[in-house]
Design a protein around this ligand. Structure first.
Ligand SMILES: Cc1ncc(COP(=O)(O)O)c(C=O)c1O
Length: 406
């Protein structure tokens, strides 16, 4: 028998990837699966990303780069931060990582001693608990209200002498919630006073729909970055639809950034210099792609929401950002795995069960596919779970009968 370390037995496989695999297999067997389980826009990558990457390839010089990232990309991130956050970090406050995921992994590994606590708000992004466990930290969950917002009193009650960090993800995966400025201000103020790191995972910050407004935490502190307990995580995966490039970054106080680079120097040696060039192209000239993504997902969101609202038993908080919504299906089936399996196997619609985000009874539906697919998926979901809807549906030219109890 192979004997692995104890820590690894505590780590769950990514449930989103597992369901994607199942959906892919069904697709390969000829089924017309609509994938509302995915976590990425489906756009072509920006031309400027290709241009910059090609230019780099043509030099035929692709060697090790600086561990914390190439200077040109750091400078572009500095400017991006000035524009979007109203602060200008020094280059020593910036480190470039292999996606926001590695940024979080490195960060929690440099912050947490065994048993140190990190607060997450439920529902949370699936990887946070596992990254905390890998960093030998302890997860503390604080539940949210029906708008998916935490209550400051409950946050304060959850704080102990071992609390090291709070993770704030706004706009939020899986709910699409954008945190109101008062709440961000209260969290910033509390964390700065108590010297608790407030990790702001801003990976979706440009995907916000009018009139909602995303407010960067740094607006609410007067401390310079090196003295502050605020840390920004960001990247190109979601806003530019460049998930496969694996470029993310961290902005924080110098000692934290330097420690993260120590870890990175002994693990990946840094993000690929070729892909950093592509990211540079996106940041400098790829803005129009963001607008295209936003336009599509806004249309899709509005259609999906209005169609879901017609199904009795579903409760819904309108997402103000991201490309996810997180309806409450507990009135139909409180077991989210069972419901997601039914929708995949009978209606050929792939979703992610809420239990993966710490909230059973809910499903996460992603709306980055085509508008025609959104309309079709809503019709199929309704057929599968609304007994008042017609008993028959045509899927991919074939007649299907609803022959199960709801
Ligand atoms: C909230 C959140 N943070 C971070 C990430 C990881 O992003 P990246 O692709 O840059 O590693 C994701 C990806 O799904 C996410 O949803």
């Amino acid at each position: 028998m192979h004997k692995l370390c104890d820590l690894i037995s505590l780590i769950e496989d990514s449930p989103t990837l597992a369901l994607n695999e199942k959906a892919k297999k069904l697709q390969q067997s000829g089924a017309d699966v609509i994938n509302l389980g995915i976590g990425e826009p489906l756009n072509d990558i920006p031309n400027s990303a290709l241009k910059y990457a090609r230019r780099k390839l043509d030099t035929r010089q692709l060697k090790y780069g600086p561990v914390g990232g190439i200077q040109s990309l750091k400078t572009a991130i500095q400017e991006y931060t000035r524009i979007h956050y109203g602060i200008t970090p020094d280059l020593h406050n910036i480190t470039i990582n292999v996606g926001a995921k590695q940024a979080l992994f490195n960060l929690l590994n440099v912050l947490l001693n065994p048993g140190d606590e990190t607060i997450l708000f439920t529902p949370y992004w699936v990887s946070y608990p596992e990254i905390i466990k890998l960093a030998r930290g302890k997860i503390v969950l604080v539940d949210t209200n029906d708008k998916f917002l935490p209550d400051m009193d409950q946050v304060k009650e959850a704080i102990t002498g071992n609390t090291k960090a709070i993770i704030l993800n706004s706009p939020n995966n899986p709910t699409g919630t954008v945190y109101p400025p008062e709440l961000v201000a209260a969290l910033v103020d509390y964390c700065e006073t108590k010297k608790i790191y407030l990790i702001m995972d801003d990976i979706y910050h440009q995907l916000v729909f009018d009139p909602a407004q995303w407010v960067p935490g740094f607006v609410f502190t007067s401390k310079p970055i090196d003295k502050s307990y605020l840390i920004i995580i960001n990247g190109i995966s979601k806003t530019y639809g460049m998930t496969g490039f694996r470029i993310g970054w961290t902005i924080g106080p110098k000692p934290v950034i330097a420690a993260m680079e120590k870890i990175q120097s002994h693990s990946t040696s840094g993000a690929s210099t070729l892909l950093q060039e592509a990211a540079l192209g996106a940041l400098l000239e790829g803005e129009s792609v963001i607008q295209d993504i936003k336009q599509l997902i806004r249309t899709n969101r509005d259609i999906l929401i209005s169609e879901l609202m017609k199904i009795p038993g579903i409760k819904l908080t309108k997402p103000l950002g991201t490309f996810y919504c997180f309806p409450d299906f507990s009135g139909i089936n409180p077991d989210s795995r069972e419901l997601a399996t039914l929708l995949l196997e009978k209606a050929f619609v792939s979703t992610v069960p809420g239990i993966a985000f710490g909230k059973d009874g809910f499903l996460r539906l992603s709306y980055t596919c085509s508008t025609a697919q959104i309309i079709e998926s809503a019709a199929r979901i309704r057929w599968a779970i609304d007994p008042a809807s017609p008993n028959e549906i045509i899927i991919n030219g074939e007649k299907h009968q609803r022959d199960w109890e709801i």
